[in-house]
Ligand binder design. Structure first.
Ligand code: DC
Length: 244
């Protein structure tokens, strides 16, 4: 079954906004802000790939064992729940254990990007991702949300920023947590991840033909949120939304 068909068979009246882009472009925080404004649900698809990588480490499965990884992905026992703390990411549990922070390490991001190259892993996560589409709407954050998983999404944003701006943001986040890192090493890691995510054969990172590209290199989070909110207000029909 192709992605176009899967999407159209779903509850197509439930609006979907897709936010794709490279790591560190601010998709996560923008998605959280937009979810608050709209009251829509969130699909953090990157977290699913991170969970597969993390579960593989727990189960001593090598990251190139495609069939074993796909089996793991097919029965991923995962729960997403709202975080009671303001401006904090969703709480994520794997096999009833809270792994919210464990899956956010740079290593977990690299592992995710490695397992995400595998076709059977992507297929195994496909239905799970589509199941997040529930009323009143969904904001789906990832690499292939607008191109593969929700090709008929109502609004597609491709959020990008220069690799050096993204590395500097990450550097600042880690410094604020007193974690000692080198900016050069972060930049190298971001460039390698970009190359893997954009260069892979299946569902590579790229803007959908009908996506609106926002370059956040010189923009604040507030400015990006404002741009997307303006686009949202132009929505019509089933997905016209009222600002809360
Ligand atoms: O958004 P993130 O940094 O949490 O994503 C981690 C990795 O998962 C990313 O480097 C590539 C992969 N990914 C993907 O291939 N497709 C998605 N829709 C989301 C993430």
């Amino acid at each position: 079954m192709n992605a176009e068909k899967k999407d159209s068979e779903n509850i197509s009246v439930v609006p979907v906004i897709t936010i794709d882009g490279p790591s560190g472009s601010g998709k996560g925080v923008i998605t959280e802000r937009l979810a608050k404004i709209t009251g829509f649900h969130i699909l953090d698809s990157g977290a699913l790939y991170r969970l597969v990588g993390y579960a593989a480490r727990l189960d001593h499965i090598e990251l190139d064992q495609e069939q074993a990884l796909a089996s793991l992905a097919a029965v991923l026992d995962v729960t997403f729940s709202p975080n009671p703390e303001p401006d904090q990411p969703l709480r994520i549990s794997l096999r009833q254990q809270d792994v919210t922070w464990e899956i956010r390490t740079d290593q977990a991001g690299v592992d995710a990007s490695i397992v995400a190259r595998l076709a059977s892993v992507r297929r195994a996560l496909g239905e799970l991702q589509i199941s997040f589409r529930k009323p009143p709407g969904l904001i789906a954050d990832g690499r292939d949300m607008g191109t593969v998983v929700f090709p008929a999404a109502d609004l597609k944003i491709f959020l990008t920023a220069s690799a050096s701006a993204r590395a500097e943001r990450r550097y600042k986040q880690l410094k604020d947590k007193d974690i000692d890192v080198s900016l050069a090493a972060l930049l190298k890691s971001i460039q390698e991840r970009d190359a893997r995510d954009t260069g892979r054969a299946i569902a590579p990172l790229k803007p959908a033909a009908d996506a609106i590209v926002i370059d956040s290199t010189m923009l604040s989070i507030d400015a990006v949120v404002e741009q997307v909110t303006t686009l949202l207000k132009k929505g019509t029909g089933a997905w016209a939304f009222q600002q809360k």
